[in-house]
Design a protein around this ligand. Structure first.
Ligand SMILES: [Zn+2]
Ligand SMILES: [Zn+2]
Length: 57
């Protein structure tokens, strides 16, 4: 399982940012889909999740 940080945005969406790939995933050279383990959560202030976000102000 790979470690991810869950980032919450002001628009209500969240994204999973990779924190560390596990050795199993690295050895498969990215071809093997791996499970997600959320190891931390962050809040990104009032930012939206991206320029294409429909809740953009
Ligand atoms: Zn993994
Ligand atoms: Zn959004």
């Amino acid at each position: 399982m790979c470690d991810f940080t869950k980032v919450y945005y002001g628009c209500g969406h969240y994204r999973l940012l990779v924190r560390a790939w596990c050795t199993q995933y690295v050895q498969s050279q990215g071809t093997n889909r791996c499970g997600v383990t959320v190891v931390a959560e962050n809040h990104s202030g009032g930012n939206t999740c991206g320029s294409e976000c429909i809740h953009r102000r």
